[in-house]
Design a protein around this ligand. Structure first.
Ligand SMILES: [Zn+2]
Length: 374
């Protein structure tokens, strides 16, 4: 993204959040010259994304008209595919979820069958008013966002090279964007929770993933592998075989799947339900501590504003406490002096907020491009 199109979603975000109601406030908020902001606002008005209403307060001279987002312009659907569940819902232009639904799935299902199931579920749900503009989808494996494919996934072998975006576009008949689930969780935090910061966001569920936001932008790396901490080898992993083919990875001891195997329970939700069980709490706290050990290196290296923990395990106080303890113990004092360690904004919807944000950025940029071509 660059040039005129780059900030369409940012403009809409600021207006939707009520942080900017005029071109002047937008110019201040975006740190851009008023002439550039004028062009963008004009294009968004012509496209019907923004509307002007009433009159704002005058700071001398003509009273500015108030900018608002046109809710009737349309909506996107946002979908967060996990290993055992998929969460989905419609999102309006302001980035608000209009409802969420969850259905059990298995990521081991043949990809086109699984995406067919998900598409059928979306089509069976009531559609909000306005145009259906697009879909954003998070997948629990590495994604080539340019090709729209899943690349070298260790926990979803049947998906290797699968053209997920193309398949979804055929099913939904609207533009689709896809990315890794942890990347999207990170993007959602940057867009809806903690703007313009450097963030390390971890999704700790069945597997472990993380996304890196550098000064408000998602850092995917050359091949989309940035932030993949789950296959860092740690001493506590010993010679446990990992889904990636190596041994002793963080995922073999600190993930939901590892804990489920270690404690002989059926699922990660069973772990969360066992809040009184000392054996479970101790194991979960230790897993958080092991994650914290790996994160300490990341924090020393990147000196982020915040480490935010999401995914099912982050719903467990002992897990968060374990990670926090290890971070404070192992990081340079300078790197933790102002570090915020917290759970993600949006809880179980954190992934949806990110997938929806990516879809909105994409459709709004497209709306602007359409206007600038006219
Ligand atoms: Zn591994």
């Amino acid at each position: 993204m660059h040039g005129l199109e780059a900030s369409a979603a940012r403009v809409v975000e600021l207006v939707a959040a009520g942080r900017a109601t005029s071109r002047n406030e937008l110019a201040t908020g975006l740190g851009l010259p008023p002439s550039t902001v004028n062009l963008r606002v004009q294009a968004l008005l012509s496209a019907g994304v923004l509307v002007e209403q009433g009159e704002g307060r005058s700071h001398g001279g003509r009273r500015p008209r108030l900018l608002t987002v046109n809710p009737g312009f349309g909506h996107v659907w946002t979908i967060d595919i996990g290993s055992r569940h998929v969460r989905l819902g419609p999102m309006d232009l302001t980035g608000s979820l209009l409802g969420t639904h969850e259905l059990p799935i298995s990521i081991d299902t043949e990809p086109s069958l699984l995406l067919g199931e998900i598409s059928a579920a979306v089509h069976a749900l009531p559609r909000p008013p306005g145009r259906w503009l697009g879909v954003g989808v998070g997948l629990p494996g590495p994604v080539d966002v340019v090709a729209g494919t899943v690349t070298l996934p260790s926990r979803m072998p049947g998906w290797r090279g699968f053209p997920a975006r193309e398949a979804l576009q055929r099913l939904f008949e609207v533009p689709v964007v896809i990315d890794n689930d942890a990347n999207l969780m990170a993007l959602g935090q940057a867009r809806r929770g903690a703007p313009a910061e450097t963030l390390v966001v971890v999704k700790a569920g069945t597997g472990i993933g993380s996304g890196l936001i550098v000064e408000g932008r998602l850092h995917r790396g050359r091949d989309g592998a940035a932030g993949d901490i789950s296959h860092v080898r740690i001493p506590a992993g010993g010679d446990r075989p990992c889904t990636c083919g190596n041994h002793g990875c963080l995922e073999t001891v600190a993930s939901g799947a590892a804990l489920v195997a270690q404690l002989g329970v059926l699922s990660t939700s069973d772990l969360l339900a066992a809040t009184e069980d000392v054996t479970v709490i101790t194991a979960v706290r230790r897993a958080g501590g092991l994650l914290g050990e790996v994160l300490a290196t990341v924090v020393n290296f990147a000196n982020p504003d915040a480490v935010l923990l999401g995914g099912a395990l982050a719903g467990c106080e002992a897990f968060v406490a374990g990670a926090r303890g290890a971070l404070y113990e192992r990081c340079l004092p300078l790197a933790t002096r102002r570090l915020r360690i917290d759970t993600v904004f949006g809880g179980a919807d954190a992934g949806l907020l990110g997938a929806g944000s990516l879809a909105l950025e994409s459709v709004l940029d497209e709306a602007l491009r359409g206007e600038s071509r006219r």
